[in-house]
Design a protein around this ligand. Structure first.
Ligand code: HPA
Length: 239
């Protein structure tokens, strides 16, 4: 047990998928894992452990934003020995050439958050994905004929920008090569690096902030299922 997870020691696998939404954790467990058992109900942050193609895999919901995600990622690493952590979520594209439903593999994550400012004494830290997971995800997604983009994301503390900046805030980030905004990856990569674990964020573009293109709820659900299967293939490929 840790502060926010009630799983017994050994009940969570070294490989953990990390959706934000608890019901999506349940969806993955029901749909794709064999013999899934619920290992966490604390705060309704549902977590399940089962197997995929015979490999033990857990799926733990993280909530939204870095502070929430960091609590679960820290406890998975520090108390349960997680070694491979793959976030599966959505992002808002900040460049016109990305379409909804495209997959973004977050090679690196910049952030507007002050969360790790004290850790690095005001300097910036380049939070980066595991190259091995990134390469595997890229190769599998390409083989499956998916439209996949590899690049940097912005992990933001803000989902709703100030009205005055609503159509401009992303410009400096986009002009420096950032593909999309989301809210958890920089914390995941920073904490995984601290403990020598491997991490990757696999994201589906749910909306484009430049063009205004948006996905329907049905498209988001289908996209999520495909992304979960890609993540499961990535983490079990050489396990
Ligand atoms: N901002 C942050 N996170 C997101 C967005 C966004 O516009 N869209 C999907 N996740």
């Amino acid at each position: 047990m840790s502060v926010h997870l009630e799983a017994r020691p050994g009940q969570i696998a070294p490989i953990v998928l990390l959706p934000g939404d608890p019901l999506r954790a349940e969806f993955i467990a029901d749909r794709f894992l064999d013999g899934a058992v619920c290992h966490n109900r604390v705060r309704n942050a549902l977590g399940f452990t089962g197997t995929y193609r015979g490999v033990p895999v857990s799926v733990q919901s993280t909530g939204m934003g870095m502070p929430s995600a960091a609590i679960y990622v820290h406890e998975l690493l520090a108390a349960y020995g997680a070694r491979v952590l793959v976030r599966i979520g959505t992002c808002g594209a900040i460049r016109a050439d990305l379409r909804t439903r495209d997959i973004v593999l977050a090679q690196a994550a910049s952030t507007d958050s002050a969360m790790f400012r004290a850790t690095f004494k005001g300097s910036t830290y380049a939070a980066a994905a595991s190259f091995e997971l990134l390469r595997r995800a890229h190769d599998l997604a390409t083989e499956q004929g998916k439209t996949v983009r590899v690049g940097s994301v912005l992990t933001s503390d803000t989902f709703y920008p100030d009205e005055a900046a609503i159509s401009t805030w992303w410009a400096p980030w986009a002009e420096h090569g950032i593909l999309a905004a989301e809210m958890e990856t920089a914390a995941l990569y920073t904490l995984a690096a601290r403990r020598g674990a491997r991490a990757l964020s696999i994201l589906t573009v749910s909306d484009n902030l430049v063009t205004g293109e948006q996905t329907t709820a049905e498209e988001r659900q289908n996209g999520f299922g495909e992304m979960a299967l890609l993540a499961l293939s990535v983490v079990t490929a050489h396990a």
